[in-house]
Design a protein around this ligand. Sequence first.
Ligand code: 13P
Length: 254
Amino acid sequence: MTSPKKKLIAGNWKMNGSLESNDALVRSLVAGVKDVDCEVAVCVPSPYLAQVQMLKSGSKLELGAQDVSCHASGAYTGEVSADMLREFGVRYAIVGHSERRQYHGETDALVAEKAKAALAHGITPIVCVGETLAEREAGQTEEVVKRQMAAVIHVNGHCISEIVVAYEPVWAIGTGKTATPEQAQAVHALLRKQLSAATGHAERVHILYGGSMSAANAASLLAQPDIDGGLVGGASLKIADFLQIITAACAQRA
Ligand code: 13P
């Protein structure tokens, strides 16, 4: 169902950037989003939160982190808590990105706890779900994304309409192989249905698409009724491409 909310475009820089390149990128982005009619965020590596917080000050650009600890504080070397992120004006935190599930062994249950920690401290979790190529080819896409989503709903049911969901088919991430708008829409629709069973406000939830979103394919993906924005990796580091994706998003309402 089409709803009147604004689209959300979030850049995920992953482990990229430098003080110098961030400065140029964020200054251009701040100028570029000045009059846009959609929501825009960048999820940056933790050491750069302070820099980007300062650079974006007074603009409509929102700041995001790429992960958050499920713990509040204590002896958890290397972890960053939601409270700490809040101190840097962080609005969003990606949780359960497939790279963290794959390389850091994050389970559905841990991802759900991270979403809970973020919500408890006023940070909107961007919960990533998505199937691998082997799972898609085995016809397990629906089962996998529903299982990943169910864990988050189970732990956060009471405030599930406060989260953002990102459908990121693993086979489309960084590969240049994008899901077709129809393939993505089919999964977004089933995620919306699953959220509807848990909340009366599922239409409010932004469900983003991620996986090789580009200036060339953004408009057709964002035209789908249940695609409310994008979680953009590689193209978010190229200012001209990222601004084109933002323009495509602003041309439509989610
Ligand atoms: P790419 O846009 O580089 O495929 O990355 C997508 C992604 O993983 C965003 O979180």
